[in-house]
Design a protein around this ligand. Structure first.
Ligand code: 5AD
Ligand code: SF4
Length: 424
């Protein structure tokens, strides 16, 4: 039996794509192994969103290709195409983002080595998720927005939504397999539209909530321009939908937002956050921020800081701008020095740390509903779960707690991790 190791770089959608490949491979009789050295084939699932992610994958591939049959899959396969084969002449195959479900055919017969056709994309029931109570599922992918800095529309193609019956079927499979929580994924999850039934994302949330056994529904990433009142209503009224919205701000300067082609202003963004917080007290809003976009002045950056201060994000992921070949912003130059980018990044990081600490303090002695997933990673004897707002909680309780939802009083914190006490 042939053995395969899958190495995953990048976002949660990549994790799901790796689970799809693992599912196809094990259904065809391959054995998935947990370490590279046991494998005959190594599938490297890659990310292109920033140069740093690509550099890490390139060095990984360079080492693995010396003594394994290496397949490069995902976003870098789409971006670099035959350049990858030139760089690594002994590569076994290059598999693009529309071809994950064909992985077994490709392993059996890799020639021609480039698998970048975009016409036969399909999903099957073969998804091999890690053991657990929570799992993710792509419901739409691709992007039509072409933000000036972003490689995603090029490597993931245009927006397309999965058929709603396929999604609900997969969700029922998850429930039957013991999963209690699902994270619905898409680059613009709130643009979901089932072409047959015209079901939009709010409608999908309602359908998903009707699946018995699935207790919690999460989703990411939402685009601020498409965060409609109807969707806010669905988030706040459908009980199983958790109160957490990941809403990338990118910048708080209208001038930069326009150059980025984000299609909203800082005022619109703030109005969305205000509306979310009003319709669902306790909701968590997290964000992505890009510092050092071409032409970003200190004044522009301070506008971003102002929005962060006003929105008080529950968490913020902050990135230094990295030029991506072929994007619109490539032509704008890269004029903010790296040192300045780093200073801006650290400034927002510090600010968010303080905001996060305040939010943590405000949770003390409050009772939260926590779904427990399993033993805590670092604290032995403790179990780990999350609140509905997606805050990690650890608590002393038996392993039998995995999969159950408990009312938990927050009694302390260790950094961003909350410590709880069972109230039941
Ligand atoms: N450089 C740095 N960060 C980027 N992101 C997207 N493209 C780039 C880039 N060229 C960030 C954005 C996005 C997150 C997933 O990655 O903030 O929301
Ligand atoms: Fe990239 Fe913008 Fe599309 Fe998000 S919305 S994937 S940032 S192009």
């Amino acid at each position: 039996m042939k053995k395969v190791f899958i190495k995953t770089f990048g976002c949660q959608m990549n994790v799901y794509d790796s689970e799809r490949m693992a599912g196809e491979l094990s259904a065809a009789g391959y054995t998935l192994v947990p370490v590279e050295k046991e494998a005959d084939f190594v599938v490297v699932n890659t990310c292109s969103v920033r140069a740093h992610a690509e550099d890490r994958a390139v060095s990984y591939i360079g080492a693995a290709v010396k003594n394994k049959k290496v397949i490069v899959a995902g976003c870098m396969a789409e971006r670099m195409k035959d350049e990858l084969i030139k760089k690594f002449p002994s590569l076994y195959a290059v598999v693009g983002t529309f071809n994950f479900s064909n992985i077994t055919d490709i392993l059996a017969n890799p020639k021609p080595r480039l698998h970048l056709d975009r016409s036969g994309e399909h999903y099957t029931n073969n998804v091999k998720r890690g053991a657990g109570i929570r799992g993710s599922m792509t419901i739409m992918q691709g992007c039509d927005n072409f933000c000036a800095y972003c490689i995603v529309p090029y490597v993931r193609g245009r927006e397309r939504s999965r058929d709603i019956n396929g999604i609900i079927g997969e969700l029922k499979d998850m429930a039957a397999g013991g999963f209690k929580e699902v994270l619905l994924l898409g680059q613009n999850v709130n643009s979901y539209l089932d072409s047959g039934t015209k079901t939009d994302f709010a409608g999908l949330l309602r359908r998903a909530a009707s699946v018995d056994g699935i207790e919690r529904i999460r989703f990411m990433t939402s685009h601020p321009k498409d965060l409609s009142d109807g969707l806010i209503d669905a988030i706040s009224t459908v009980d199983k939908v958790c109160g957490h919205v990941h809403l990338p701000l990118q910048s708080g300067s209208d001038r930069i937002l326009e150059k980025m082609r984000r299609n909203y202003t800082a005022a619109w963004y703030k109005s969305r956050v205000e509306k979310l917080r009003k319709s669902m007290p306790g909701i968590s809003v997290t964000t992505d921020i890009l510092v050092g976009f071409p032409g970003e002045t200190q004044e522009d950056f301070m506008e971003t800081v102002k929005v962060v201060e006003e929105c008080r994000f529950d968490a913020a992921y902050i990135f230094k701008y990295s030029v991506r070949k072929g994007t619109l912003a490539e032509g704008f130059g890269d004029d903010v020095p790296d040192k300045e980018k780093l200073m801006r990044l650290n400034y927002v990081l510090e600010l968010e740390k303080k905001i996060g600490e305040d939010i943590t303090k405000s949770l003390m002695d409050k009772v939260q509903e926590v779904l427990f997933y399993g033993p805590a990673m670092k604290q032995s004897g403790m179990m780990e779960g999350t609140t509905r707002a997606n805050r990690k909680v650890i608590m002393e309780c038996g392993v039998g707690t995995a999969g159950s939802i408990k009312r938990v009083k927050i009694t302390g914190a260790s950094g961003a991790i909350l410590i709880g006490e069972n109230q039941e």
